[in-house]
Design a protein around this ligand. Sequence first.
Ligand SMILES: Nc1ncnc2c1ncn2[C@@H]1O[C@H](COP(=O)(O)OP(=O)(O)OP(=O)(O)O)[C@@H](O)[C@H]1O
Ligand SMILES: [Mg+2]
Length: 163
Amino acid sequence: MKAIIITGTPGTGKTVLAKALAEKLSYSCVDVNKIIAKYHISEGYDEKRKTKIIDTKKLSKSLIKEISSLKKTKVEGIIIDSHLSHYLPKKYADLCIVAKCDLKTLKKRLKKKKYHKDKIRENLDAEIFDVCLEEAKQGGHKITIIDTTKGIQINRVIKKLNL
Ligand SMILES: Nc1ncnc2c1ncn2[C@@H]1O[C@H](COP(=O)(O)OP(=O)(O)OP(=O)(O)O)[C@@H](O)[C@H]1O
Ligand SMILES: [Mg+2]
């Protein structure tokens, strides 16, 4: 069973990409929010940053548990879509996709999602500094960058992934 993780700044198109890949490859998508609820990982809500407080070590442990139980099923592959997915130790991920898009597009997308302007700024900065990409690199993941600015052509993406 292959495990693909998709990370990237919020709004860069992880979920759109995950769904398209899952459909084309007949993989299952792992819903990280469900895992956070199932394993009681959230340690409260950060009001200022408008985000759940997540212990990334606990999340990784829970993801490992999910992966091992899915390995016992017939599922051919799984896709884990979350801006925290790259915290999974590299030995559990065959590939780490980092979704990216240009800043103007990202700003538009986050505005459409009705994010507060401070949150938009925070995410634009995260994209400028390539926080997810740099952390994924530090984790030693095998990385493929997919730019979603102009949309994705799923067949081209799959070719690039070289699975
Ligand atoms: N490939 C694409 N083609 C066209 N529009 C896209 C594409 N990917 C993303 N978008 C646009 O960007 C929005 C955000 O995408 P998406 O929800 O997939 O991002 P995300 O990285 O999963 O964000 P979050 O971290 O908040 O879950 C989508 O609602 C869509 O409008
Ligand atoms: Mg998403």
